[in-house]
Design a protein around this ligand. Structure first.
Ligand code: GRF
Length: 210
């Protein structure tokens, strides 16, 4: 069975979705950089080992990343899964987990990298928004894309209503991407991700639709 360490900073709804999906994955530890992250409670109730590495205790990003890598590597995981981990890593850290670290980002990358994606999507007037699971590279939110889900942006959307619609899709695509990863269905072709044995079922997503 493949193994993983999951990194969180907050609410942990994606962590919960991964646990609910009952993946064939040994989750060896959940690490939070915030002692008060509500997601830790989700891990506790499922009897998953938790560790807090508070970034405020470290004088530099390099020292924090070194401590984090040290903790992760003690569990010798196959994968590092970022589930709402709100820290930017040094290149050294990212390269250490080359093609073994994945992230979920709340936009249709490469649009809206970084923070406040829903507010910026609304301000830009896009009609379709969504979420992306991708491998992590030193290029922030720029790594190879594994899967995306799109949602319409509706006329009366607020940042919160749009975020909720996107989050519902996040909870579907993250377990799916990880199930592909752990069953060796993901292959790299240059910088692109190929998924083995997918059956194209092409449909259009048009927003607004009438
Ligand atoms: C999600 O929107 C995820 O895409 C982003 O951070 C948020 C984390 O939410 N990276 P949660 O902690 O999983 O509920």
């Amino acid at each position: 069975m493949k193994s993983a360490v999951i990194l969180i900073s907050g609410r942990g709804s994606n962590l919960r979705a991964l646990l609910d999906a009952k993946l064939d994955l040994d989750i060896r530890c959940v690490v939070s950089n915030r002692p008060d992250a509500p997601g830790l409670e989700i891990a506790h109730t499922q009897k998953i080992k938790c560790k807090i590495i508070d970034h405020r205790q470290y004088a530099s990003r390099e020292l924090f990343d070194a401590a984090l890598a040290n903790s992760i590597d003690r569990f010798a995981p196959d994968y590092v899964i970022l589930a709402g981990f709100l820290r930017i890593f040094t290149s050294t850290f990212v390269l250490h987990y080359h093609q073994r670290m994945i992230n979920i980002h709340p936009s249709l990358l490469p649009a809206f990298t970084g923070l406040d994606t829903h507010t910026r999507a609304l301000a830009a007037g896009v009609k379709i928004h969504g979420c992306t699971v991708h491998f992590v590279t030193p290029d922030l939110d720029g790594g190879p894309i594994i899967i995306q889900a799109a949602v319409p942006v509706l006329p009366n959307d607020t940042k919160d209503s749009l975020a909720q619609r996107v989050l519902t899709e996040e909870h579907k695509i993250y377990p799916k991407a990880i199930s592909w990863l752990i069953s060796d269905r993901i292959h790299m072709h240059g910088d692109q991700v190929l998924i083995k044995n997918t059956h194209p079922n092409a449909t259009n997503l048009i927003s607004p639709w009438n």
